[in-house]
Ligand binder design. Sequence first.
Ligand SMILES: [Zn+2]
Length: 439
Amino acid sequence: MAEKKHLGEMLVELGVISAQDLKVALEAQRQMPAPLGVTLVELGMAKEEQILPILCQQLNKIDVTFSLGKDTAPPSINSITDALQYLVERAIKEGATDLHLEPTASGVMVRIRIDGILHEIGAPPILATQYPAAVSRVKILCNLDIAEKRVPQDGRTTFKVGGVEYDTRISVLPSQYGESVAIRVLHTDVRLGLDKIGLDSKTYQTFLKILERHTGLVLVTGPTGSGKTTTLYACLDRLNDSTKKIVTVEDPIEYTLAGVIQMQVQPNIELSFGRLLRSVLRHDPNILMVGEIRDGETAEAAVRMALTGHLVFSTIHTNDAAATVTRLMDMGIEPYLVASSLSCVVAQRLVRTVCRECSGRRCMTCLGLGLKGRIGIFECLFIDEEMRKLITRRPTADELRKLAKEHGMRTLHEDGVAKVKAGITTQEELDRVIYSDDT
Ligand SMILES: [Zn+2]
């Protein structure tokens, strides 16, 4: 089959096996039908660890059973506790952000999300045979109700891997074949400095001046998973010293910041963004971060604080920078208030970066993908005098966009193209990210 040939060719390209090995293996395969990976391992031409990453890359395209025979996961795994620990460890070691356990008609599917993309991985067989026990184990770890299987539940717990404690957020959803489990790993060590998130140097310098003003509203916008939180934390990290009081209102708190007062929104006890924000004002902060502006009440509170000598950061769900300005007005904020409070809107997406190890030629480090890690592409709309005047006239997003571009704003697409030209990412990856949402 063409796919198998492709796998073989890739292994030859990567120097895992020789062209001669491949020939022999394909011949052997004809006499004893089996997946090429299995044949190669049986012939002693390659080790399973060498083949797995390549198969992993192909999983989105072809129907390969990840397990090469029975021992994808170590055979010693014969308890549910060990199986879970093994999968979480594997996810963390591969740099995944999420681990998904999903019951299917025939067993269980395990996937991990690396740089925003899902990859299927092999599960210890005990996971399929005792799946409900695995779900119960997860629930026990998070203090959830193990008897309740009909409603979604959320919780958190920690896993220890390589001597490091990792915080995880866990979601359990009832599905047609049983309960589906998603485990998000909070990697505290991947927090980036503001100079590392991907802002081009000119934009970065202008952005720093905005932060130095210590007043005004800075909004970050983009779809879920576009790196907004990383950018906000990078800003707070940059400003965080003992001379300023920083307070955050979040849902949920993703990372703990030393020296920062962080509050968690809890709708079930009526601790909404709006209510927490009213209390924050009396707490005399200099800098405030509001996880997300979802409604007019939150928008108004954020604007009011920005107008009374606070530097306010938040996120909002829009497609680009210009649309964010009009969105605030649609939420009921008067144009003159938007004009006088807003200092900057940052629209962003995340693109995967070319693997540094192999320069995109595909290697073990990037699991044969040629891409490893992610960086932001940005569109920063700075509110200068002329922009302010335009905003008070309640302009359309197009009018705002036009003026911003005249004033030198680099659009998301332009910033992406610049990063392709610089060899930081690829055109294919940029297209995937830019055209996968409705911009
Ligand atoms: Zn590589």
